[in-house]
Design a protein around this ligand. Structure first.
Ligand code: SF4
Length: 206
């Protein structure tokens, strides 16, 4: 693979990371076929969307809102997601040379992109040690006493302060997985929790 092909592939992967976060998918991956490449997106409700269209901002913008809406109509909030994705793709093409920007300030100017999404993209796509605070991270940080805060920004600030530098790049994944599978919202599974002895939550389950 030539240097420019590698660059193109890297750009497409970064675009897919952004799409995966915005669509709130479970997974998104690239399949190379004979003449073109496809993305396959899996959503929490089990829906799988395969599309030849979305691995570059040009293709996504060219598809148009109506066609994208039709393609992702099995997922929640599909109309607003389709609207944002088309607007975002146009902005990437018109103002950013069809590249996903590597800057928090610029990322947050894109339609549908807030601080949490920008943090995930900076972390996963660009390797920066950011910590995105979603509902799972927020709950785990507060329950355990690791980084209590009233807002996601407050929790993020404390996590960045207290998580040692060498763990910062992966911290948000570990916290999300812990919140999604062990320290779940309704009844945390404290009996199977590896950090039970460190956790400050008073109402632990058996
Ligand atoms: S002990 Fe219970 S409340 Fe504390 S982190 Fe583990 S699962 Fe969550």
């Amino acid at each position: 693979m030539s240097v420019s092909e590698k660059e193109q592939k890297k750009k497409r992967i970064i675009m897919m990371v952004l799409l995966a976060v915005l669509l709130m998918s479970v997974s998104i991956f690239l399949v190379e076929r004979k003449e073109s490449s496809y993305i396959v997106v899996t959503f929490p409700n089990g829906a799988v969307v395969e599309a030849e269209v979305a691995d570059t901002p040009e293709k996504l913008a060219g598809l148009g809102e109506a066609a994208l809406t039709e393609k992702i109509k099995t997922i929640g909030l599909y109309r607003s997601k389709a609207r944002n994705l088309i607007a975002l793709s146009r902005k990437l093409v018109d103002e950013h040379g069809s590249k996903v920007p590597e800057s928090r300030e610029v990322l947050e100017t894109l339609p549908g992109v807030g601080r949490k999404t920008a943090n995930v993209v900076l972390n996963v796509a660009f390797g920066e040690p950011t910590i995105a605070v979603d509902t799972h991270v927020f709950r785990v940080a507060n329950r355990t006493g690791l980084a209590p805060g009233k807002t996601p920004e407050e929790v993020e600030r404390r996590l960045l302060k207290f998580v040692p530098e060498e763990f910062r790049h992966h911290a948000h994944h570990w916290l999300i997985l812990h919140g999604r599978y062990v320290c779940v919202a309704r009844t945390p599974n404290c009996g199977a929790c590896a950090i039970r002895d460190l956790c400050e939550y008073r109402d632990k389950s058996a």
